[in-house]
Structure formats: C-alpha cells, structure tokens
Design a protein around this ligand. Structure first.
Ligand SMILES: Cc1cc2nc3c(=O)[nH]c(=O)nc-3n(C[C@H](O)[C@H](O)[C@H](O)COP(=O)(O)OP(=O)(O)OC[C@H]3O[C@@H](n4cnc5c(N)ncnc54)[C@H](O)[C@@H]3O)c2cc1C
Length: 441
C-alpha cells in the first residue's frame, strides 16, 4: 500500500498535519497506536481544551520559552488568528478567558477533537488506529540527488511488521509525558536513526517538590494563594526567574500556574549547579513594596493595640486577600509568638515578619517525574529542522511537528498552538514535497 504522505501520531500536531497535507492535494495515511485519536488533546485545559491563546505573535513566542522563535515562520502563516478562523469555519465558536486563553464555547475538549476528526475524514484522509509504528523505512540516496548526507525516508514499518510506503513521513508522536495518552517517546529513536540529535529530555510545567517540613507534614496541603510571585534562586543568591500567578500547596510541594511555570527553572538550576536543593521564595503581596507591608502591619497593630499579633495578622491578611491558614506557619518560620501584643513586638520582629511576607522561603529539591509533567522539555534538535518547512535537514522526505521537537511552552494554550502551527507547516510542506515533480525519490 502506498500513499504520498504518512503522518505518525494523531494528536493536535498530527491531525493538523494530515489536514494540511490532504488540503494541499496529497493522499494521506494517518497512523496512531491508540484506539482513539487526540487523547491528550481531550484531557488538555482541564478537559476543556485550551485551543490557543489570543496574544500577538511576539507575545506568543515569549510564552514558548523552549525555542519559541523557531516557530516564527510557522506561526506567521498559521498562528492563533488562523486557528480561531479554522475552528470557526468548522462551526466551533471559541471564547477568550483570562490571560488570552481561548476555549470552545461548549467548554468541552471533545467538541474540538470531534471537529478535527470530522475535518480529517471529510478530506479523505485514511485513518488507522491501533496501529503502532516500529521504525522508519530508510535508504540511501544516489549521490547526484543527495543534499541529505545519504538518507531518505520512504515509509514505515508497523509493530505487526507491515511495510507502508510513502514519499514523505511526518513524525508527530509527541513527547513522553502522561504516557497513557500514547505519548511514550517513540519518535526519538527513529529521529536518532535518521541522524538527528535528541536534546536532553526533562519535565516542564510540572509540580515542584519541596523539602520543608510544613509542606511534608501536610500542614499546608490544599492551601491556595492568589496572585503571588514565585521566585527561583540560584545557589549564588541570584534571581533565576519570577512568575506571578496562583499557587497551591500539595502534599509534596507546589502546583498551580506560578509553580508550573517556574518548574523548568528549578530543573535547570539544580542541574547547572549540581546541587540537591535550591531556594524558592513567595512574595505574598507582589503589588506592595516591603515598606508598605511593614507600614500596614504596624498601623494595624497600633489601631488594634490590645489584640494579639496573630489577630493583627488576620486583619492584614484579609486586606491582602491571603488565607488565614498560612499565619501559624509564617509566625513559626519567623519564630515570633503570635500571642504578643503590639507594644511587646520589637522593631526587629516587624522587619522579620515583613521579610517573610515578601520572601516566604521554601527549599526545592526537584519536580515530579517526566511522565507526570504536562509537557516534555527537550526533543529533536531544532538546529536540524528547517523552520520554514519542518523538514529534516538530514533525511529527505522526513518532517517533524509538535512536542516531539525541542520546543516547549507554558500552559495557557501555547503548546497546542505550537502543535497546530508546526503541524500545519509540516503537512503542507510534506504534501508539496511528495507531489512535486522535482521530487527525485
Ligand atoms: C493533562 C494535560 C493538560 C494539558 N493542557 C494544555 C493546555 O491547556 N494548553 C496547552 O497548550 N497544552 C496543554 N497540554 C499539552 C498539549 O496537550 C501537548 O503539548 C500536545 O498534545 C502535543 O501535541 P502532539 O501532537 O505533539 O503530541 P500528542 O498530543 O502527545 O500526540 C501524539 C500521538 O502520537 C501517537 N503515537 C505515539 N507513538 C506512536 C507510534 N509508535 N505509532 C503510532 N502512533 C504513535 C500517540 O498515540 C498520540 O496520539 C496539556 C497536556 C496534558 C498532559
């Protein structure tokens, strides 16, 4: 059986690649080892599918800290505007929520997956589920047509030892996070066999683990903090990264948007400095300068001079919209007795309290594992992929898209946007390559 383009993987990147290739006139075979397509997409965005983000292209790229610039060309031709138009044309209305996040109005990821599947089918793409690919079929090109150091990909071999021929093959197998969705890192050894470099894989957008006893003993488990600023520090006491947002204490550490965004910097800092723990701090009231915080503490205490410090703090926390539940831990860290009244509190104690409110300290020793992460960092090196076409620069007829590449964004619709943009680019280019009369293969 032969077709012009084979797409391996039916996640958002592979589905979009199949659509773009079929739209460009190629005969397309889409293979997925799972029983259903789009399994990760179906659980993304809390089951609502954060399809894209409304930000400008430069901002989108800024929120894809793992090689976002590589996607400039792909996003310019198929970016968030085109993604919104694409779904609107399929009858899927999208709505914008906080931070530019776009969701289907139905609030159901299934709507998005079903619309993609309907489009794939309408374009006549041949779909085979429960079909796991084992390896790429590769051979050497004759020297006179060889600008690819000898390799050309001409199909795939399935786990059932079936040979499927194609002029072009697109690897859209995703990373290796949340493997029950089918993303088990299968694409990396195939890329390596084709001569590609795989940069080191690491978990990103993943909960951070901390060592502090008040976390490990579950005192703070389930506690949410709104609009705080989390900072990752190097062992040389330099700020590595700060992210503002919400945060939640878990039984092992920190989760929530601010923690997820900082997680990759925890991983990298621990590795760079070869240390077993690093410091994190939470600014509990980012809009207020330390002087302002101290002033609020002192003036509230003055007003309520007969009240115990713990109750003064309750009033301040209410003003700052912080949970009272944090107060005993804060006082414990500062080693200040919450039963003292204002006149009994030293200048030093007010300054210590202020410092801990602006830099509530924690000690991180890592993150949850790669398989538990939302996103896989690292992957097929972008240095060996043409950003205008997503074509391999080492093997003719080979293309990449989505999370299998060394590209990762923050949560908020950026990864799915990267998958759609790169998938569209790879599909269109692979079709042109496969159909092209100049194609010597
Ligand atoms: C819980 C969760 C929530 C998320 N929420 C968001 C969010 O809100 N916003 C956002 O931008 N991103 C989010 N992401 C990330 C986003 O879902 C991924 O970045 C995106 O799905 C990657 O798309 P992909 O097409 O590259 O790969 P995947 O979606 O991983 O798809 C890969 C496909 O390849 C198939 N495959 C793998 N190996 C083989 C093989 N050997 N043969 C055949 N088929 C194979 C798999 O079965 C799978 O269907 C979330 C991720 C998770 C886990």
């Amino acid at each position: 059986m032969s077709q012009q383009v084979i797409v391996i993987g039916g996640g958002p990147s592979g589905l979009m690649a199949a659509i773009a290739a079929a739209d460009a006139g190629a005969s397309v075979l889409l293979l997925d080892k799972g029983e259903a397509l789009g399994r990760k997409l179906a659980i993304s965005g809390g089951g609502r599918c954060n399809v894209t983000n409304a930000k400008d292209i430069d901002e989108l790229i800024r929120f894809i800290p793992g090689n976002g610039r590589f996607l400039y060309s792909a996003l310019s031709s198929f970016g968030n505007r085109q993604i919104i138009d694409f779904f609107t044309a399929l009858g899927i209305a999208l709505k914008e929520e906080d931070h530019g996040r776009m969701f289907p109005v139905s609030d159901k990821a299934k709507t998005v997956v079903d619309a993609l599947l309907a489009k794939v089918r309408a374009l006549g793409v041949n779909i085979r589920t429960s079909c796991a690919v084992k390896q790429l079929l590769m051979s050497e090109l004759p020297l006179d047509v060889n600008r690819f150091a000898g390799n050309h990909v001409h199909g795939v071999l399935t786990e059932d030892d079936e040979t499927l021929q194609a002029k072009a093959v697109i690897i859209a197998t995703g990373g290796c996070s949340v493997p029950h969705t089918g993303s088990t890192g299968d694409g990396y050894p195939w890329a390596r066999a084709a001569g590609h470099t795989i940069t080191e894989l690491f978990p990103t957008e993943v909960p951070i683990t901390v060592l502090d006893s008040f976390v490990r003993d579950r005192t703070l488990q389930g506690l949410s903090l709104r609009n705080i600023a989390l900072t990752v520090w190097s062992p040389k006491a330099k700020k590595v990264k700060t992210h503002e947002g919400d945060l939640i204490f878990t039984h092992l550490g920190l989760s929530g948007p601010a923690a997820l965004r900082c997680s990759q910097y925890v991983v990298k800092t621990l590795k760079t400095f070869a240390c077993s723990e690093i410091k994190l701090t939470i600014d509990l009231v980012p809009p207020c300068h330390a002087n302002e915080v101290e002033q609020t503490l002192r003036s509230t205490a003055k007003r309520e001079s007969k009240k115990a410090l713990k109750n003064v703090l309750k009033a301040c926390f209410s003003e700052w919209q912080l949970p009272e539940r944090l107060i005993p831990t804060l006082l414990g860290l500062c080693q200040i007795d919450g039963e003292l009244t204002a006149p009994q509190i030293s200048n030093n104690a007010w300054q210590t309290l202020t410092l801990y409110i602006k830099q509530f300290p924690l000690h991180a020793n890592g993150t949850l594992s790669l398989s538990e992460a939302f996103i896989t960092g690292g992957g097929v090196s972008i240095k060996e992929i043409d950003p205008r076409t997503m074509a391999s620069q080492l093997a003719a007829g080979l293309y990449f898209c989505g999370e299998v590449m060394d590209i990762h964004g923050y949560t908020g619709g950026y990864n799915i946007t990267a998958a759609f943009a790169s998938g569209h680019c790879a599909g269109r280019s692979a079709a042109q390559f496969a159909i092209s009369e100049a194609n010597p293969l």
